[in-house]
Design a protein around this ligand. Structure first.
Ligand SMILES: N[C@@H](CCC(=O)N[C@@H](CS)C(=O)NCC(=O)O)C(=O)O
Length: 230
């Protein structure tokens, strides 16, 4: 059976949604990153990047969330919104990579500098907050004229979007984020009506993950801090 290594963070949640949408049978395997499970040798053999998500299925290992979305959607021939060589295919690749290389990293750094980094952090926070807003504004504008990310058809790009968009108020530190970005909220609400989204969301409730961001968790999540002078 397909093994799904995950936690409740945005990148694994994209894959949880696709697995549920495809109706594939899978074994969820929790990776508690605040306890350092991502660095266990047996996990690093599967994902040398020591991050979730990762899947192993039929002898094939895939890591990195958007790679997994593309791999499974192509294998199953679903949620791709168009055939190879079409304009829709080009849009799918463009938006999928935009989410992978823009939305994810800038939102992640915005969270880090807003909620976890020590002072002084004004310069870094300003940069990542600015870039997170810039990336989310592009999606909000795009969604003014499109029901889903690729127009009328629900695809893996919407699933990649769903993983992160749920975090937008936290990413931007804005309780009223949805007033600023109503089109993001509209698509979030639309995806949330899907039974697969409910099931994906419920997955984390079946396991207990460490929630405290204590020194042990910080050492695992922010290993770069070892290099700082104390
Ligand atoms: N590019 C990777 C990023 C994966 C990633 O950053 N995963 C986070 C959870 S969303 C993680 O494993 N964090 C634990 C750590 O950094 O040690 C992907 O899209 O899968």
């Amino acid at each position: 059976m397909l093994k799904f290594f995950f936690n409740a963070a945005p990148n694994p949640m994209k894959v949880a949604l696709l697995l549920e949408e495809l109706g594939l049978e899978f074994e969820p395997i929790p990776v508690d990153t605040r306890k350092g499970d991502q660095f266990k040798p047996e996990f690093v053999k599967l994902n040398p990047n020591s991050k979730v998500p990762c899947i192993v299925d039929k002898g094939v290992t895939v890591f990195d969330s958007n790679a997994i979305l593309l791999y499974l959607a192509e294998r199953e021939g679903k949620f791709l919104a168009g055939d190879l060589g079409t304009q829709k295919r080009a849009e799918l690749l463009s938006w999928l990579m935009f989410i992978a290389t823009g939305i994810g990293p800038y939102s992640g750094q915005s969270v880090h500098f807003r909620h976890a980094a020590p002072e002084p952090k004004e310069y870094a926070l300003n940069r990542y907050d600015f870039e997170a807003h810039r990336h989310w504004s592009i999606l909000d504008d795009h969604l003014k004229h499109n029901t889903y990310m690729l127009g009328d058809e629900y695809s893996i790009v919407d699933m990649a979007f769903w993983g992160w968009v749920r975090m937008v108020p936290y990413v931007l530190g804005l309780e009223n984020a949805w007033e600023k970005y109503p089109n993001l909220k509209r698509l979030l609400d639309l995806i949330n009506t899907r039974p697969a989204a409910k099931r994906a969301d419920e997955l984390k409730t079946k396991f207990t993950f460490k929630t405290e961001l204590d020194q042990e968790a910080r050492n695992f999540l922010f290993p770069q801090n070892k290099r700082l002078k104390t």
